[in-house]
Design a binder for this molecule. Structure first.
Ligand code: TRH
Length: 400
């Protein structure tokens, strides 16, 4: 990947040549599931498509990546997908087929760059902008640590901590420029929604049904919830992408598995198993549903941009370290809800994360207030600025 050496005559260059694109390398180690690569792939695509950066992404698990990006070849060390170079990161010491250092280097989630690459960064005529992209947290301390520099102990390099967050002073969260317009177009088009239902489920939902999407880890609270949906006064249509929660559905319906294409009914509940879509297809599921169960990091963010009520299954950490993060997210998201709706939502989120019993009827009773707040919150969150825009402004200020 070319480095952007300063032109010998800057005046002539600015008059006659387009500015060289910023070269960016992203390093992503997949810990588990799809969130690490989900965030990095979305980031890569947005940097390339909206900011014109030349992006290369190093990923150590092409199988996880291929679930989100089916056109990816599993057997290629290096390939281009939609203008982005993908390197299979074989081992922690591997740094690509040829060692090239970009202008901007993003180390996702403290994955640790190959030592040989860091040494080459230090050799570069102009040191690259080195970003450690952290996990999202809504906690208050995040704004204090966002953009803190950390000098390297041996090399003349500085790593900057970039913290996504939900409040002012943080890096914000990922949001593509076209996203609101794409959602509005889907919502405004009965034909688009009908086509989505036919293609995804094979039929439209019954009139008056509450449509729920369910993307979650294994969760003991789901058994009680399935019973409540079965016994509810009004129909509930449940859309379940293939994955970790499906075993519970199979047990509930008494079938060997609940995979993509499965359909089952009990009382008021009808459930459909969905194929895992490519990443850009996931949003339509959120837009087609009245309420979304999401998890981890990236789907949690997408549910907020969908501007629909949602329930978050946070990624569980040792010693319940995730619980303050859950509380902090609720504090932002539920801030202006009437007290009874706020209590109902908080109880439900906590029940979905291990404390108490989920109460569907009470949650549904507050649905109009939750829907109003979901729209208001999407507007508030947008004020923080989108993560890629914030990251691009910071790096440009460093590259000047
Ligand atoms: O998969 P997740 O649980 O991911 C993670 C990882 O566990 C990670 O280690 C952890 O640190 C992080 O969460 C917090 O949840 P997440 O983040 O929502 O990622 C799922 C991705 O999968 C997201 O980009 C959306 C995408 N997706 C599709 O592309 N198609 C689908 O059909 C579905 C259901 C999801």
């Amino acid at each position: 990947m070319p480095s952007t050496a300063p032109p010998s005559d800057p005046t002539a260059a600015s008059l006659n040549e387009p500015p060289a694109a910023i070269a960016c390398d992203i390093f992503c180690a997949v810990i588990d599931n799809f969130g690490d690569i989900g965030v990095c792939w979305r980031l890569a695509r947005q940097l390339a498509s909206e900011h014109g950066w030349q992006v290369r992404i190093f990923v150590d698990d092409l199988h996880a990546f291929q679930k989100l990006c089916p056109s990816l070849a599993l057997d290629r060390a290096r390939q281009a997908v939609g203008g982005i170079v993908v390197e299979h990161w074989h081992t922690p010491t591997h740094a690509g087929e040829t060692l090239e250092v970009a202008d901007v280097v993003i180390e996702a989630f403290a994955c640790e760059l190959p030592p040989i690459y860091v040494a080459a960064m230090a050799q570069r005529e102009r040191a690259p902008v080195w970003i450690n992209l952290e996990y999202l947290s809504a906690e208050d301390w995040v704004a204090d640590f966002h953009l803190r520099p950390s000098p390297h102990p041996r090399y003349p390099l500085v790593k900057t901590f970039f913290f996504p967050g939900l409040g002012p002073g943080t890096g914000g969260v990922l949001k593509e420029r076209h996203l609101d317009a794409a959602r509005a177009a889907f919502e405004a088009s009965p034909a688009a929604r009908k086509a989505w239902w036919l293609q995804t489920v094979g039929r439209a939902p019954p009139v008056g049904a509450t449509v729920v999407s369910l993307f979650a880890y294994e969760n003991p609270a789901v058994d009680s919830l399935l019973e409540q949906w079965r016994d509810s006064a009004d129909p509930v249509v449940l859309l379940v992408p293939e994955g970790r929660i499906c075993g519970a559905l199979a047990r509930f319906f008494g079938v060997p598995e609940f995979a993509a294409g499965a359909h089952a009914e009990r009382g008021s509940l009808s459930a459909h198993g969905l194929a895992f879509t490519e990443q850009s297809g996931y949003d339509a599921l959120l837009w087609a549903s009245d309420l979304n169960f999401v998890r981890g990091e990236d789907s949690f963010v997408r549910a907020q941009w969908a501007a629909r009520p949602f329930v978050w299954h946070i990624y569980p950490q040792a010693d319940d370290a995730h619980l303050p993060k859950l509380g902090a997210a609720l504090a932002h998201y539920a801030r202006t809800l009437p007290a009874d709706a706020r209590t109902s939502l908080a109880r439900f989120w906590h029940a979905w994360n291990g404390t108490g019993e989920p109460d569907w009827a009470t949650l549904l009773h507050h649905y109009p207030a939750l829907q109003r707040r979901a729209i208001e919150w999407a507007g508030e969150l947008a004020q923080v600025g989108d993560l890629v825009g914030n990251l691009a402004s910071f790096t440009k200020s460093q590259l000047k």
